[in-house]
Design a protein around this ligand. Structure first.
Ligand SMILES: [Zn+2]
Length: 257
C-alpha cells in the first residue's frame, strides 16, 4: 500500500467534501455554487479563505462562526471527513489506477444524493444527470463496465424505475417515486451496468423497508428512497461481485461457469 498516495487522496477528498457541502446546500434551491462566496448562515459574513480549510478550520474555530460566534453545523466537518475516507479508501483499494478516481467520484455523488434527498427529498439534476454524463465518460477506462454496458445500465435504470413509478401511480393513485429517483438510477446504471442496477434496486428496497418502514408506518413520513438507493448502490459497488456469486451458487445452487 502506498501511504503517500492514500494521504494525498484523503486531502483531495477533504477538499471535494468541502465543495460537496456547498453543492448540497445550494443545488436543491437552484443556487449557484460559485457565487456568492461561502457565508455564515447567521451573520452573512463571508468566510475568509484562510478559515475555509476543510476540517481544520472547524476544529480551530471550535465549531463557531469567527465573526458572530453562532454554532456551525457538525455536518460540514463530517461530510469533509466522510469524503476524505472515501477517496483514501479508493486509493488504498485500487492504488494509482483509473478505477480509484471512478469509484471515488461515484461514491461522492451517492453521498451528495443521500444528503439532499434526506434533507429535502430533492435529488438535484447536477448529481443525477451530471452523474450519467460522468459515468458514461469514464466507462471506457480500465476497471469499470465497458461503454455498451454503461449505456445499457443507464437505460435499464431509467426504464425500470419509470415503470415502477408508473405502476405505483396506477396502484396507489399517487406518486410513490419522484423523477429524481428515476434519473438517479440512470446514473447508477452508467457507473455499474445493468447487473448493478438490479442489485442496487434490490438492496435499496430491502434496506428502505427494514430501516425506514417502521418509522414510516408510525409517523406517516415519506420514505427518502434516494437515501436507500444510494446505500444500495454503495453496497453494489463494493460487494456486487461477491453478492451475485453468493446468490447464484448458494441460493440457486448453480455451479460456476
Ligand atoms: Zn456568523
Amino acid at each position: 500500500m502506498n501511504g503517500a498516495l492514500i494521504a494525498g487522496a484523503a486531502v483531495l477528498g477533504a477538499c471535494a467534501g468541502s465543495f460537496l457541502n456547498v453543492c448540497v446546500e445550494r443545488w436543491p434551491g437552484r443556487a449557484s455554487v460559485i457565487s456568492p462566496r461561502s457565508r455564515c448562515g447567521s451573520c452573512e459574513a463571508p468566510v475568509r479563505w484562510f478559515r475555509n480549510v476543510p476540517v481544520l478550520s472547524y476544529l480551530m474555530l471550535r465549531g463557531r462562526c469567527a465573526e458572530c460566534g453562532v454554532r456551525l453545523s457538525l455536518r460540514y466537518p463530517l461530510v469533509e471527513v466522510g469524503v476524505a475516507l472515501i477517496w483514501a479508501g479508493m486509493a488504498a483499494m485500487w492504488g494509482a489506477e483509473a478505477e480509484a478516481v471512478r469509484g471515488g467520484l461515484f461514491l461522492t455523488l451517492l453521498l451528495g444524493i443521500a444528503l439532499t434527498d434526506g434533507r429535502s427529498y430533492i435529488i438535484p439534476d447536477q448529481f443525477s444527470v451530471g452523474g450519467v454524463v460522468v459515468g458514461l465518460a469514464l466507462a471506457p477506462l480500465d476497471g469499470g463496465p465497458d461503454l455498451a454496458d454503461a449505456v445499457l445500465g443507464a437505460g435499464l435504470g431509467l426504464g425500470l424505475l419509470w415503470l415502477i413509478a408508473w405502476l405505483g401511480r396506477l396502484a396507489f393513485g399517487k406518486d410513490a417515486m419522484g423523477g429524481g429517483d428515476i434519473k438517479m438510477m440512470a446514473m447508477v446504471g452508467a457507473f455499474l451496468g445493468p447487473a448493478g442496477v438490479l442489485l442496487t434496486l434490490f438492496a435499496g428496497s430491502l434496506l428502505g423497508s427494514v430501516i425506514f418502514g417502521p418509522v414510516s408506518l408510525r409517523t406517516g413520513a415519506l420514505v427518502p428512497f434516494g437515501v436507500f438507493l444510494a446505500l444500495g448502490a454503495g453496497i453494489a459497488y463494493g460487494w456486487g461481485d461477491v453478492l451475485v456469486e453468493w446468490y447464484l451458487h448458494t441460493v440457486l445452487g448453480m455451479d460456476g461457469a
